[in-house]
Design a protein around this ligand. Structure first.
Ligand code: HEC
Length: 596
């Protein structure tokens, strides 16, 4: 009956001992298991005994395919492919190192300081798996466990485009010399208004393409400058082209193309020019660059329009050797908005970039933190969910620069003073935000508050230049024109006079002083300044236009008409001259018809 072994007197304690020992082993196993797991080990048995080795196919390939292959494949942005076991093993030492230090995958924003879409990041655990694989001798494992190898189709990642545009002739980049900013002008390939829901950019030469901004010019200015130096495009960073409708249209190596969020298409009109502004870096040999752009249209008109603001400083002036030079800017939002994306920009000396919002309640909200900025990894970052920023929120930026020998990216050894400017040997400080007003009708309020802020920024720039050189004629002129533009005529006047005095042969200085007089209704003085401007530069169409207006006000119709016509002949897009001429002719006509 009794199927159980009889209990001896020692039975009880022995069993207790056994259970206790087993329990101890179990606990040790669990503890070591958690410890190992905490350190990122791939797998383990309860006792740590069944821990299987990490293999390429089971553990490494899935990681590399999702985190690295997007750039590390033939024809991708990275210099070598990481798709096969051999390829990955060959770079094993480097891979262990670059993943441990966080250099790869490249993703400048610090985790947890803004929640971004498509964040590229290995978890501590994944880094641990790579380290273990490396330590264990980089086993290949069972090919049957190999996950599907990602394919990178030739052509467009977003699918079949509605239109593809390219520049007709390739640009030749010199073998060496300074970085080149080149603007390539492409006629908008549309015969009616189209809404663009996505673009995909192919730089046409990954060796030298550093980054690209895609802009639109509604004027003919870019077209007029195109090819003037007998090469496709035109140089420089300042153009009349802008990213359309507050969009961020950028490209950097490794950036995946994506469609705009629903309802946020942008508009392309017949007659527009698409301007592709590329930053090119000479590679040591002559290279050709021929970018192309795929366009994806939608019939759905945009439901809302974004607005771009830039927090910036135009007075960056980093002393040689300075280790923590900082610049700040801020902007108080006059309306409720959602922040859609952020884009930081600076050159080699920038180190730490901070962007944050102070909400009306006093709460701080991180928008972006980059602890160790790297000029080679420019990008814009879209928030995983739009960040609501109520009216009264202030957006802040603070960039810190290291111009000492400590900064390994410092291009100047020994360090030298670096000031604001567009060359990559200069410095910049920009933090762009793509904002979507909660109410469409708020766009104008936002735009005018932002314009006022930028005016202060521009004024600060000219004042800074004058503090360096009080005899800077150009700075006097710029400051005077800015102040006049802000209806601060009395403050503008001394600067405009000074500009004329310091550089009497500058037609612009006389033109602006003329404008000042015209605003004051001092017509004779205005006329004399416009006449001087035209003696110095007969093609100054604005001086013609204004001289026309002054002459009309003085009742000198013949002079008025001839100067307005001349303004229009030089610049057919001068709408002010056109309107004024039409009015003048209208008055003339009605005067004649009223005449007895
Ligand atoms: C966004 C594109 C991109 C992604 C994603 C990416 N890489 Fe890279 N990788 C590059 C580029 C470009 C280079 C060459 C320039 C450089 O070294 O900075 C590079 C260089 C490397 C190097 C050579 C570094 C050296 O010291 O020369 C290694 C190793 C590497 N990547 C490994 C990885 C691994 C592993 C991953 C995934 C965890 C990864 N990369 C993800 C673009 C990328």
């Amino acid at each position: 009956m009794n199927v159980h072994a009889p209990l001896t007197s020692e039975g009880q304690p022995r069993r207790v001992r056994l259970v206790f020992t087993l329990g101890l082993i179990l606990c040790a196993g669990l503890v070591s298991g958690f410890w190992l797991r905490g350190r990122g080990y791939a797998s383990f048995g309860v006792l740590g005994l069944f821990r299987r080795p990490v293999t390429f196919y089971a553990d490494i390939a899935p990681l590399v395919y999702t985190q690295c292959a997007v750039c590390h494949h033939a024809g991708g942005a990275a210099p070598f492919s990481l798709l096969t076991f051999e390829e990955v093993r060959k770079h094993g030492v480097q891979i262990e190192q670059v993943t441990r230090t966080g250099y790869m995958p490249p993703w400048p924003p610090a985790h947890g300081y803004g929640d971004f879409e498509n964040e590229r990041r290995l978890t501590a655990r994944q880094v641990g798996v790579i380290q273990q694989w490396f330590r264990e001798g980089m086993a290949e494992g069972d090919t049957r466990q190999r996950p599907p190898v990602p394919a990178w189709p030739e052509g467009w990642l977003l699918g079949k485009p509605d239109q593809v545009v390219t520049i007709p002739q390739a640009y030749q980049l010199a073998a060496d010399g300074k970085d080149v900013y080149r603007n390539f002008v492409i006629r908008a390939p549309v015969s009616q208004r189209r809404y663009v829901r996505g673009i995909e950019f192919h730089p046409g030469n990954l060796n030298v393409a550093h980054h690209a901004f895609i802009k639109v010019d509604h004027t003919s200015q870019s077209r007029q400058m195109d090819g003037r130096d007998h090469q496709p495009g035109f140089p420089g960073m300042n153009t009349s082209a802008e990213m359309p409708d507050g969009q961020f249209l950028t490209w950097q190596p490794g950036k995946l193309p994506e469609f705009s969020p629903a309802g946020l298409a942008w508009t392309l009109r017949p007659g527009d020019d698409i301007v592709v502004q590329m930053h090119l870096r000479p590679s040591g040999k002559v290279e050709t660059v021929q970018p192309s752009l795929a366009l994806y249209f939608t019939d759905q008109p945009p439901a809302a329009r974004c607005f771009k603001i830039v927090l910036t400083s135009l007075t960056v002036d980093v002393p040689a050797g300075e280790r923590a030079y900082a610049v700040n800017d801020s902007f108080e939002l006059p309306v409720d908005v959602d922040a859609v994306a952020v884009l930081p920009h600076a050159h080699y000396l920038a180190k730490r970039m901070e962007g944050w919002a102070m909400l009306p309640g006093g709460e701080k909200q991180w928008m972006l933190l980059i602890r160790d900025w790297d000029f080679n990894w420019q990008g814009d970052y879209r928030y995983a969910r739009p960040v609501f920023l109520p009216k009264g929120t202030t957006l802040f930026m603070r960039f810190t620069y290291d111009n000492s020998t400590n900064n390994v990216r410092n291009p100047n050894q020994p360090p030298k003073r670096v000031t604001y400017g567009p060359q990559s040997s200069d410095e910049m400080a920009e933090l762009w935000f793509q904002l979507l007003p909660r109410r469409g009708s708020d766009l104008a309020t936002l735009a005018s508050a932002y314009q006022a802020k930028m005016m202060r920024t521009f004024v600060a720039r000219e004042e800074y230049l004058l503090s360096l050189n009080p005899a800077d004629a150009k700075a006097h002129l710029n400051l005077g024109s800015l102040l006049l533009g802000q209806n601060r005529a009395q403050e503008a006047q001394p600067h405009l006079r000074k500009a004329c005095e310091l550089n009497p042969s500058d037609d612009q200085a006389h033109y602006w002083l003329g404008l000042f007089f015209r605003r004051q209704d001092r017509l004779a003085e205005a006329r004399s300044e416009f006449e001087t401007a035209l003696l110095l530069n007969p093609r100054n169409y604005k001086a013609h236009g204004n001289l026309g207006l002054v002459a009309a006000a003085q009742g000198d119709r013949a002079t008025a008409e001839s100067h307005l016509r001349e303004a229009l002949r030089i610049n057919p897009e001068d709408t002010l001259a056109r309107q004024s001429l039409e009015e003048l002719l209208q008055i003339e006509k009605s005067r004649q018809s009223q005449a007895p």
